[in-house]
Design a protein around this ligand. Structure first.
Ligand SMILES: C[S@@+](CC[C@H](N)C(=O)[O-])C[C@H]1O[C@@H](n2cnc3c(N)ncnc32)[C@H](O)[C@@H]1O
Length: 276
């Protein structure tokens, strides 16, 4: 098992604590069956022999947890709806570009929720210069995300405001398909958070939620300065419910809400722009 844990850490920064041993073993057993390996040794041999580290990538895909849902942790979407997006959309209408990043987007519910929210706030949003970059290490979840097709039930029981956002979606054969206006706002790319980031511009908001929890302290800590450098001065960083920037004092971030962070040099919401 230590070989598997080593690969998980090296390739994806994932930590596999003892508490997850049974879960890891059962996922591994399923993977071994599907590639026809009868013993663990056979599987290790396959891992080392597979060309282009193909099986290592498949292993990471097996080990990652992809649970997600539309408008998950709805308080962040409330912050976006009330404090972040109205002013940004006014600027976008005047020609300013807006960039968002859903880092660890899994099957796409998170970036599509943001796209639906943008469109609910301004039906012209997909005509402005707005992009949501949605990235994940796992190509399998990305191909599901790109298909933009979900179970109809996955969008039930949402607060009133979001019900409106959902009117934009349509149903085909009992499933739910994101309309073009929503899809046009989102670009999916494969990206390992611990590798180089090819993006050049700065983001207005980064959602990296329920991803860092799978990384050890060292891999988490390495990301704070990178997120900070990728955010515009007035940007926002949203983490998952059990994730925290730690230690916050030296991170260059301040906490402004539940798992909600801004750069220390950001202006408080509602203050006028600086002259310089
Ligand atoms: C639990 S999902 C979170 C989805 C969404 N952000 C949410 O909160 O609902 C975690 C995602 O992180 C991705 N992930 C894990 N390690 C990663 C890494 N090193 N780089 C990029 N994505 C990673 C997994 O593939 C998985 O899809």
């Amino acid at each position: 098992m230590s070989i598997i844990a080593g690969i998980a850490r090296e390739d994806a920064g994932l930590t596999l604590p003892d508490a997850k041993r049974l879960m890891v073993q059962s996922r591994l057993a399923r993977r071994m069956r599907s590639v026809g390996c009868l013993s663990f040794d056979d599987y290790i041999a396959l891992l080392t022999a597979s060309p282009d580290a193909e099986e290592r990538r498949a292993l990471i895909s097996v080990l990652t947890t992809n649970v997600t849902s539309f408008f998950r942790e709805a308080h962040h979407f409330e912050t976006l709806r009330t404090q972040v997006l109205p002013a940004l959309l006014r600027e976008a209408k005047r020609g300013r570009r807006l960039r968002f990043w859903s880092a660890g987007c899994s099957t796409g519910e998170e970036p599509y929720s943001l796209a639906m929210l943008l469109l609910a706030l301004d039906p012209m949003a997909s005509d402005y210069d707005i992009r949501i970059l949605a990235t994940d290490i796992d190509p399998k979840v990305l191909s599901k995300a790109k298909s933009a097709r979900y179970e109809a039930a996955s969008l039930s029981a949402l607060p009133d405001f979001y019900e409106q956002a959902l009117r934009a979606t349509r149903q085909e054969d009992g499933s739910l398909v994101m309309p073009d206006s929503v899809r046009r706002l989102v670009t999916f790319r494969q990206l390992n958070l611990h590798a180089q980031w090819p993006m050049k511009g700065r983001f207005d908001a980064i959602l990296c939620r329920n991803v860092l929890i799978y990384f050890d302290f060292e891999h988490q800590s390495a990301l704070w300065p990178r997120f900070r450098a990728s955010l515009g001065t007035e940007g926002w960083l949203f983490l998952g419910h059990s994730e925290r920037i730690h230690p916050i004092e030296t991170s260059g971030f301040i906490q402004t809400g539940v798992t909600t962070y801004r750069r220390t040099d950001a202006r408080p919401v509602g203050t006028p722009e600086r002259e310089d």
